[in-house]
Design a protein around this ligand. Structure first.
Ligand SMILES: [Zn+2]
Length: 171
């Protein structure tokens, strides 16, 4: 083990020297709103870069470091005693969202999933080789995962599936 650690350090140093990570802020619009995105890529890699494209996910709208339940009862009783699991809420824009507990943190999800499975041929033609269907955040029953996975594999969108910013060229 003593020999392995210096070797790993040497490898990580060698990789750090080779990587030429370019970063820049990208400005884009949503309606009239001007927004900023952050782009980072390794300039030492030429041509197509390896990537995994997510074709199904309950992408969090945001993560909060506080327990949503605490706002209802005047404080969270702590991780050991907190009984918050999930709740439906309406955003200030009138959209329904789901707040899920994650160890007294809160994950807020859209009501429907991001899904690009009806575009698999288009994505393959564009060069997408590695795809991922993600069922991490929402507490699906096993049969729901099976049914959704079958739809994704068949190139059909899950019920209510949306493409988020994909049609505007943003992933
Ligand atoms: Zn809590």
């Amino acid at each position: 083990m003593r020999l392995l650690i210096p070797n790993l350090l040497a490898l990580s140093c060698a990789l750090a020297v080779q990587a030429q990570v370019h970063t820049e802020m990208i400005e884009y619009k949503h309606g009239d709103a001007v927004l900023e995105g952050y782009l980072a890529y390794d300039q030492s890699i030429k041509g197509p870069r390896p990537a995994v494209l997510i074709v199904h996910q309950d992408t969090p709208l945001f993560l909060a470091e506080s327990c949503a339940y605490a706002n209802l009862i005047g404080g969270c009783p702590g991780k050991a005693n907190c009984r918050f699991e999930s709740m439906e809420m309406v955003s200030s824009h009138g959209e329904s969202v789901t707040a899920l507990d994650y160890h007294c943190r809160t994950i807020v999800l859209n009501q429907t999933s991001f899904c690009l499975s009806d575009r698999l041929p288009e994505l393959a033609k564009a060069g997408a080789l590695s795809l991922r269907a993600d069922f991490v955040y929402r507490p699906y029953e096993p049969a729901e995962v099976r049914d959704r996975w079958r739809l994704v594999r068949a190139g059909r969108n899950v019920p209510g599936g949306h493409s988020a910013n994909f049609d505007r060229g943003i992933l």
